[in-house]
Design a protein around this ligand. Structure first.
Ligand SMILES: C[S@@+](CC[C@H](N)C(=O)[O-])C[C@H]1O[C@@H](n2cnc3c(N)ncnc32)[C@H](O)[C@@H]1O
Length: 213
């Protein structure tokens, strides 16, 4: 399974100035996913703003952060400690591998994918996480009625996501189909690093909510 091409990761695993090899985040290492719990998977949790917000909202819910970026994971660990949250677990690596090795079928209640890497160059588009393969795979790990929350500021990625949602409409209902509901509401949704970057660049992030049928 280790040679699975979907396990390949692109982009940075640590910041340019990070030469400390600090892995304190490993104290929150994911051991397994208990399907009896309300499990929320935050894919590409970055610096952890989304995971912290979700974990604080309801401490009985489990938040699983899947990320390869070490500086982000350490920041998340620091914040989780500060907020005394013990409902956060970390998987360092690719979500495809995490699902195959740690997750049982019908065990996830929610999935968050906030500002997935847009890979804007056409030749890199195939590196994008969200495609038909991803939906077909994740659906088997979701509980009935589970929710997928997606946000992006990339017009071409959003178009691709919407085309893909149409292709998987037998399995997922697009819940927020009216224009006013797509708007990114920062009162309820997390103000992540990439959300703030989008605003700084004058971009309007879009929010998509799906329900597993
Ligand atoms: C653009 S950043 C967004 C981070 C954060 N969600 C935010 O909104 O600020 C995308 C993140 O997804 C992570 N990522 C990309 N592909 C991934 C994969 N297959 N599995 C897990 N994380 C992934 C990257 O390491 C990166 O930190």
């Amino acid at each position: 399974m280790k040679n699975n091409s979907h396990y390949r990761l692109y982009g940075r695993t640590k910041g340019r100035k990070n030469n400390k090899n600090n892995d304190s985040f490993l104290k929150l290492k994911l051991i397994s996913v208990d399907h009896n719990k309300y499990n929320i998977l935050d894919i590409g949790s970055g610096f952890g703003e989304s995971s912290i917000k979700i974990a604080k909202r309801d401490k009985k819910k489990i938040v699983i952060c899947c990320e390869k970026y070490i500086d982000g994971l350490n920041n998340l660990f620091k914040e989780a400690q500060k907020e005394q949250l013990d409902n956060i677990f970390i998987y360092k690596g690719n979500v495809h591998q995490m699902l195959d090795e740690y997750c049982s079928k019908n065990s996830l209640s929610e999935v968050w994918i906030f500002f997935p890497d847009p890979w804007p160059k056409k030749k890199h588009n195939k590196r994008r996480l969200i495609d038909k393969y991803f939906f077909n795979k994740i659906k088997t790990y979701l509980k009935y009625g589970a929710i997928i929350n997606i946000a992006s500021d990339s017009k071409s990625y959003i178009s691709q996501i919407l085309r893909t949602i149409y292709a998987v409409k037998e399995d997922f209902l697009w819940v927020n189909q009216s224009k006013s509901e797509w708007e990114y509401d920062s009162e309820t949704l997390p103000e992540t690093k990439y959300y703030k970057k989008a605003l700084e660049n004058g971009l309007k992030p879009l929010y998509v909510k799906l329900k597993k049928l």
